[in-house]
Ligand binder design. Structure first.
Ligand code: SF4
Ligand code: MG
Length: 334
């Protein structure tokens, strides 16, 4: 059977005053039921636009190629009404800022009750109320029955996170999308949010698409990782394989720039240069201006994703010279 989500040759463009921005240019990956997939890359790599495209939420962007199939249905051709029904019920979003998802003038309990009854018209008010309190308790909300009657502004930041996640999982989604769920949070809250994501995932058994620039988060939560650069997928595979034997120089660079317990700060090696402008991406391999292994053909021939390695798990990379990369022993400590 087909995977839960299939993103195939997705390309999304934005028209700006300076020209056409190719934000996503041929992204392809799949997510199986119950699987946690981390999508990593610097800002401007196309990871957020890819996630928003799944939800049909790319306002000014235009999909110029490719398809996004969810449970066998092409989300790009669904009528807006059907897409709205899927959003929030079958596919739920976890935001970095809980107030993006919460209504400040409605009590938390009522918001969850409304979400439940919107997608299950037969659910009684009292059943919805019981389920809402159960969900709040499940995400670790202290004194859930009393909190049910309160407004978001009466909550701490951590409690708002919990409320948002309770709402996201209310309808038992089969896919959760979390976009930079821990960015800009302090380390303690980050750890709480990661624990919450684990609770949410265990409760719903939902597949999870985790968008982040933080490889530590991916190491901690994800089964598989998709590395994006300049709107393309440059490497993907199971987390252990990719982190221990990366086969794309960009992934190697990301791993080497990561703080680790066994490495002093002066041993960190940020990748020199910066990501290319997506108004005029470089020809050939988009990473060639920054790549220590680049040769002449890298400047002209675009490398396609291909299978590498000899493991049983599928490991793909888009690099002409993947085989030259020695195994980089890496232990990510988050
Ligand atoms: Fe570097 Fe060439 Fe591989 Fe691109 S294709 S990552 S430039 S070696
Ligand atoms: Mg982003």
């Amino acid at each position: 059977t087909e995977p839960l989500l299939v993103v195939d040759d997705l390309a999304v463009e934005f028209r700006t005053d300076e020209g056409v921005v190719k934000a996503v240019d041929g992204a392809a990956f799949t997510i199986d039921r119950g699987e946690i997939v981390g999508v990593v890359g610097e800002s401007g790599s196309g990871k957020s636009v890819t996630a928003m495209s799944i939800l049909g939420l790319v306002k000014s962007g235009r999909r110029v190629r490719g398809s996004i199939r969810f449970r066998g249905r092409d989300l790009g051709t669904l009528p807006a009404k059907e897409l709205r029904a899927i959003r929030g019920a079958e596919i739920a979003m976890i935001f970095q800022d809980p107030m993006t998802a919460l209504n400040p003038v409605v009590t938390i309990g009522r918001q969850i009750v409304e979400a439940l009854r919107l997608h299950d018209k037969k659910m009684s008010k009292s059943a919805a109320r019981d389920r809402a309190i159960e969900l709040l308790a499940l995400v670790g909300m202290p004194d859930a029955a009393a909190r049910f009657r309160q407004y978001p502004h009466e909550f701490s930041g951590g409690m708002r996170q919990r409320a948002m996640i309770a709402m996201a999982i209310a309808n038992g989604p089969s896919l959760l999308i979390a976009d930079e769920p821990t960015t800009a949070l302090d380390v303690t809250i980050q750890a709480q949010v990661l624990d919450l994501l684990k609770v949410a995932q265990q409760e719903t058994q939902a597949a999870t698409l985790l968008i982040t620039h933080d490889l530590g988060v991916v190491a901690e939560l994800a089964d598989r990782v998709v590395v994006m650069y300049a709107g393309r997928v440059v490497e993907q595979g199971d987390v252990t394989t990719v982190f221990t034997t990366p086969r794309h120089p960009y992934t190697v660079g990301l791993l080497e720039s990561l703080p680790r317990l066994d490495r002093d700060v002066d041993e960190l090696h940020p990748i020199p240069g910066s990501p290319p402008s997506l108004l005029s991406p470089p020809p050939g391999c988009p990473f060639h201006p920054r790549c220590p292994l680049a040769r002449d053909n890298c400047r002209t021939d675009r490398p396609e994703l291909r299978v590498v390695g000899n493991g049983t798990a599928v490991h793909r990379t888009a690099c002409h010279y993947a085989e030259e990369l020695a195994a980089v022993p890496t232990e990510v400590t988050g």
